[in-house]
Design a protein around this ligand. Structure first.
Ligand SMILES: [Zn+2]
Ligand SMILES: [Zn+2]
Length: 412
């Protein structure tokens, strides 16, 4: 039995739990030549089983690029009827011509339970403009909510009017998720009508603007991130972090580096290489890791808690990132920002853009200049080609470029 047979057999074995199937199939494919792409595409072209197609497509979702191969597989899935649901995982890499065909396939027979509804859900998240023309034929509330991203001014006005009538938070959150100039203005217009100032700060940042200025709530453009081997990308994940690191005030376990971005390789004009660290323990003693970075990349200062230089023999007790890796970036197809609340555990990493919160909250304030901080990165839990991430939920990183201060916080 070859490894490739194994993938099909694991996917079809109903005695193996879903998580374990996902993990084992990733382990097999990531060990094959060319990051397992040719083998994965081969499975998608040959299989007639929906489970095999789904697990293999989930693997390809972890791998950057390979646009041609992913497009070829999606075209094949489109011809093979029910298996088309697996193409939902490949949507970020598909050309607009093919996506347009998939949208019209759905519009020809818009059934909520059809295998195409998964694909439409994904297209609505990454390319809401392609789905908007058929919005009136879509009954799924989730898909319609995805279409808030960049929606026309008339919808922002209508939702704001509905909020004035019914006072439902959901309507105001929907206005913010439109993220256009009109949506930002609408949220400004209700500032004095909300009792809790933090509610308003949450909404204005969600709409894309910081609460204390007219600055964007995120750095732009927005990139999707993929965990790749060390040095494939200049943005470093995991591994030893030189110099002092924050330690937990309860158990003294050292924090670990999750990500260092290379400023030179990003279009955002950052003043030094931002690093984001997180606790290796589960004490939850502090809500953030807040650190000031020197121009050479090391830590100058830790806020709210102690920092220590680790003995060279000191071993972290828990690996947040599976080894020393890098984060490969690809431009996000939806530069406005996705409108659905995020689910953790799907390996959806991001640099730039606006945060994709599990539950929206206000942005942190810089401890030095006291200004609200723009979002710079989020790292998701879930599998990587090198093993699973060692933290739960999602980590969100904010960056004050003026003070060179990063704040990392977690949502589960
Ligand atoms: Zn601790
Ligand atoms: Zn600052």
């Amino acid at each position: 039995m070859t490894l490739e047979h194994n993938v099909s057999e694991i996917a079809m074995d109903s005695s193996i739990p879903d998580e374990e199937k996902r993990h084992r199939i990733i382990e097999i494919l990531s060990g094959l030549p060319e990051r397992g792409v040719p083998a994965a595409i081969g499975h998608l072209m040959e299989t007639r089983d929906g489970r095999v197609a789904e697990y293999v497509a989930r693997y390809l979702q972890l791998i950057p690029d390979a646009r041609e191969e992913k497009t070829r597989a999606a075209e094949h899935l489109r011809e093979s009827g029910d298996l088309i649901h697996a193409a939902a995982r490949l949507v970020p890499w598909l050309p607009e011509s093919l996506l347009g065909q998939l949208v019209s396939d759905y519009a020809d027979d818009p059934q909520p339970g059809s295998p195409l509804s998964n694909v439409l859900f994904s297209i609505a998240a990454y390319h809401p403009d392609l789905v908007r023309p058929i919005a009136d034929r879509i009954s799924s509330k989730l898909i319609r909510r995805s279409l808030l991203s960049g929606a026309p001014d008339e919808l922002a006005d209508a939702l704001l009017a509905r909020w004035h009538e019914g006072d439902e938070w959901n309507d105001l959150e929907a206005v913010a998720r439109i993220r256009t100039r009109r949506a930002i203005d609408a949220i400004h217009s209700v500032r004095d009508e909300l009792e809790d100032r933090l509610d308003w700060e949450t909404l204005i940042a969600l709409a894309g603007q910081l609460p204390d200025s007219d600055r964007s709530a995120g750095y732009h453009p927005s990139f999707m991130g993929f965990v790749t081997s060390a040095k494939v990308s200049p943005h470093t994940m995991g591994g030893a972090f030189p110099g002092p690191v924050p330690i937990c005030i309860d158990c003294h376990a050292p924090a670990e580096r999750v990500l260092t971005l290379s400023a030179d390789e990003l279009p955002m004009e950052l003043s030094c290489d931002p690093s984001f660290l997180w606790y290796s323990c589960k004490c939850y003693a502090l809500e953030t890791v807040t650190v000031k970075i020197q121009e050479d990349g090391r830590l100058e200062k830790t806020f709210y808690g102690p920092q220590e230089v680790l003995e060279s023999s000191a071993k972290p007790n828990h690996m947040l990132i599976p080894g020393l890796q890098s984060l490969t970036l690809e431009r996000h197809p939806n530069q406005t920002g996705e409108s659905l609340r995020a689910y953790a555990g799907w390996s959806r990493h991001q640099v730039g853009g606006l945060p994709s919160w599990i539950d929206p909250e206000p942005h942190p304030y810089c401890p030095e200049c006291r200004k609200a901080m723009p979002f710079l990165t989020s790292l998701d839990s879930g599998p990587t080609p090198f093993g699973a991430m060692g933290f739960d939920g999602k980590l969100f990183g904010f960056w004050c470029d003026h003070c060179r201060i990063s704040v990392t916080q977690q949502q589960e």
